[in-house]
Design a protein around this ligand. Structure first.
Ligand code: NAP
Length: 230
């Protein structure tokens, strides 16, 4: 899906990768970029249309779909990591990860896919994580929600086959945003990561392995490691 002259909505666009997506969409000639955020007053990017959207709120999602009308591209970027552990973490935190990372993206898809189907064109870019594919301390409940997000993209691709709708899933490792603040691991630069993702998205890639971590883990899925600890 080409970005030039397209109408795009990006969730979680007030900071981190979402803000970077919005900025680079403008640079690539998108006609209109809706920068969706829980608090649109925090969107400080000239040239975008800020829009209020908490992806856990069905009314917000319906209102956004109504306001945008048709979107050529929906970028499901909004994400939440509580760092809760599966065995003894707070279940409310774990539920919130599923609500934002899986149901939030699914709500957007259900709201925007019908218009894409009617027009016979459109694209979803769903941001998952390499944590969908392995265990790592304090990221396991988050990983489960991102595995749901990844599986959702695979299923959507099947359901929307023949409708002219591209479904791309993004797998990435550590990238230098607020989400990873205080975690001392090597990190991608957001600018480079997003440029790589958008290049592949425009090239029609279904499963975007955006960095070395994603490429290495994908090729190792058939081994029995399954964990950074193993
Ligand atoms: N950074 C990494 O290493 C990494 C690795 C793999 C995948 N990812 C994924 O990449 C995406 C972007 O993450 P990031 O690194 O940019 O994280 P971030 O800096 O923590 O930003 C998260 C964004 O999501 C928004 N958000 C959270 N809950 C929301 C909700 N209920 N409704 C709408 N927006 C909501 C936040 O809005 P507020 O400002 O209102 O909280 C913020 O704009 C996420 O899906 C994340 O899981 C990141």
């Amino acid at each position: 899906m080409k970005i030039k002259n397209s109408v795009v909505i990006v969730t979680g666009a007030n900071r981190g990768l979402g803000k970077q997506f919005a900025a680079q969409l403008l640079e690539r000639g998108a006609e209109r970029v809706y920068a969706a955020a829980r608090n649109p007053e925090l969107v400080d990017l000239p040239g975008v249309d800020a829009i209020r959207l908490d992806v856990t709120d069905q009314q917000h999602v319906d209102d956004a779909a109504h306001a945008v009308g048709h979107a050529d591209i929906v970028i499901n970027n909004a994400g939440f990591s509580s760092f809760a552990r599966l065995v003894d973490g707070d279940l409310n935190d774990i539920r919130r990860e599923i609500e934002v990372n899986y149901f939030g993206a699914l709500r957007m898809i259900r709201a925007f896919a019908p218009a894409m189907r009617n027009r016979g064109r459109g694209a979803f870019l769903n941001v998952s994580s390499v944590m969908a594919w392995l265990g790592y301390e304090h990221s396991n409940s988050y990983g489960a929600s991102k595995a749901a997000n990844w599986a959702m993209s695979n299923g959507l691709r099947e359901e929307l086959a023949g409708a002219g709708i591209q479904v791309s899933s993004v797998l990435l490792g550590s990238t230098d945003t607020d989400m990873m603040a205080g975690i001392d691991v090597p990190k991608n630069r957001p600018e480079e990561l997003v440029a790589t993702v958008l290049d592949q998205f425009e090239g029609g890639v279904n499963e975007i392995l955006a960095d070395d971590a994603a490429q290495g883990l994908k090729s190792g899925l058939s081994d029995d490691r399954g964990s950074f600890a193993g």
